[in-house]
Design a protein around this ligand. Structure first.
Ligand code: B12
Length: 447
């Protein structure tokens, strides 16, 4: 079958170049090719040219979407429906909101990890067979949404490597996105990873090193580990460091504060790691406990010092607007972020955003959260869509800008129209939104 896979645009306000290739679609494509299907990947972040023509050449269209850019997926649906094509949607938003996407007209929602579910769906469609029993898909039957559950891949090492030959890697600022594990062992109340990918499954260090070697053979000089927590298994992380240290590549990874120690930091540094990101989320231990982050803040500054000493830039992510946040806890958060920066680390700020199926979203009213917008487009961490029992939407916006202004020592004109925060940020002179990716990009630029 001829399948077109479409990645819809990401709204990364301040990035001049598209950050990363759609790894999820590259995995889906590899499995389809293994089953003998012809596949194309169209990443609309690289331009919208030829969408209609590519749809015309395909028998089935598959769309990938997060919550925030779901409105774009509807535009692709419309374009495909105009040509009478079957359209499936997969990814995090379709997994949680399958009834919504089916009501909007998608023929199939593929829930969870799509490699096997979608390949099975395509093979049966090709043979004209009944697809209603395919695990991991949802569809409408007599107007009712029917779901066959969520499919997750048990043995990640058994998956074919992502089909990067279908991607124009040169077009991406950080082309070397790689996943060494899926899922998470923790249940932070605001995070979708656990809800989306379930329990943690890890690849063997040898299979990870083989993929990094493959990236190098493609001419890449760096890779970006997208796992929520690269070092959950310390022994595995040390083994990966020793295997990739021979390849002379730069790399970036996300970690948890409770899974790092001196030996691991040294091993990561000598293996070429240059930037790491920690989700710290608050400067108040009480709030950190309430959001079920399970880390001890008292360790942070020492860990930051150790990373900086080893030449790795630690980026700490903070959020304001947690249900338990007060002016005092927000103040503590800004103070801690300033301390991190004073030690040579970096800090990023976002506003708490309850994404579908997270604990926060499911328990919003008990937690005193009022959802002030159901326009998914506004769900992008820089624009408050909630009111808490302590702060109004506008309070949260002001707190966010004040935090950014204090951190970056600039004046903040409070002119933010509702929903337009990314555009607003462009008026903050000199405050390019510092993010894990933009800091990694700086390293790339230095080379
Ligand atoms: C890499 C990444 C990014 C990259 C995306 C690059 C890209 N082109 O894919 C960038 C940096 C651009 C990004 C940006 C943002 N991100 Co982000 N991102 C991630 C991250 C870390 C990894 C995603 C990934 O590659 N996973 C690995 C691949 C293999 O899995 P996958 O993409 O999910 O694909 C699988 C399935 O979903 C499914 N599937 C996916 N697409 C399709 C399509 C079809 C047809 C089928 C059948 C199946 C299918 O099958 C795939 C293979 O198993 C996740 C956290 C995580 N660990 O998952 C957060 C995550 C997805 N991001 C998140 C958010 C909130 C954002 C931002 C809104 C944050 C912000 N304000 O800046 C932005 C904006 C994005 C936007 N929508 O505009 C949330 C999403 C929550 C939600 N409900 O939408 C997550 C879950 C983080 C979190 N913990 O909450 N992000």
């Amino acid at each position: 079958m001829d399948v077109l896979l479409v990645e819809v645009p990401h709204s990364s306000a301040s990035e001049k170049r598209v950050a990363m290739p759609p790894l999820g679609l590259a995995y889906i494509a590899a499995m389809l090719e293994q089953r003998g299907h012809r596949v194309e990947i169209l990443d609309l972040n690289l331009g919208k040219a030829k969408l209609e023509q590519r749809i015309a050449e395909a028998e089935l269209v598959g769309v990938s979407s997060y919550t925030q850019n779901y409105p774009y997926a509807l535009a692709v649906l419309e374009a495909a429906k105009e040509q009478g094509k079957l359209v499936a949607i997969g990814g995090i938003h379709a997994t949680f909101r399958y009834e919504e996407v089916l009501r909007h007209g998608f023929n199939f929602a593929v829930r969870g990890e799509g490699e096997l579910a979608f390949a099975e769906l395509v093979s049966r469609l090709e043979k004209g067979k009944d697809v209603r029993s395919v695990k991991g898909i949802a569809y409408l039957s007599e107007g009712k949404a029917k779901s066959n559950g969520v499919w997750r891949v048990r043995d990640l090492d058994a998956l074919p490597l992502p089909a990067r030959h279908l991607l124009n890697l040169k077009a991406y600022a950080l082309p070397g996105a790689i996943a060494t594990s899926r899922g998470c062992a923790y249940s932070c109340v605001y995070c979708s990873s656990r809800a989306m990918s379930g329990k943690l499954r890890m690849r063997t260090p040898e299979s990870v090193a083989r993929e990094v070697e493959h990236l190098r053979s493609l001419g890449l000089s760096s890779f970006f580990i997208i796992d929520p927590n690269f070092a959950y298994d310390r022994k595995r992380a040390l083994r990966i460091c020793s295997l990739v240290s021979r390849l002379g590549m730069r790399w970036y990874a996300e970690l948890r504060l409770d899974h790092v120690d001196e030996k691991l930091i040294e091993a990561m540094a000598s293996a070429g790691c240059e930037v790491v990101r920690f989700g710290i989320e608050s400067g108040s231990q009480e709030v950190v406990d309430a959001i079920k982050k399970e880390i001890a803040l008292e360790r942070l500054l020492d860990v930051v010092r150790k990373f900086v000493r080893e030449g790795i830039t630690p980026v700490c992510g903070f959020m304001i607007g947690h249900p338990w946040d007060t002016r005092e806890s927000v103040e503590a958060t800004i103070r801690l972020a300033e301390e991190v920066r004073s030690l040579g680390g970096e800090a990023t700020f976002a506003v708490q955003t309850p994404y579908p199926d997270t604990y926060l979203f499911r328990h919003a009213s008990e937690l005193g959260l009022k959802l002030r917008s159901c326009n998914w487009w506004e769900y992008h961490h820089l624009n408050p869509v909630i009111e808490t029992s302590h702060f109004s939407q506008n309070d949260l916006r002001t707190l966010l800008f004040d935090a950014l202004a204090r951190l970056y020592k600039v004046e903040v004109p409070n002119v933010a129209p509702p929903g337009e925060a990314p555009a607003m940020l462009r008026v903050l002179p000199g405050v390019e939104r510092r993010s894990f990716r933009s800091i990694a990009l700086e390293k790339e630029a230095v080379g």
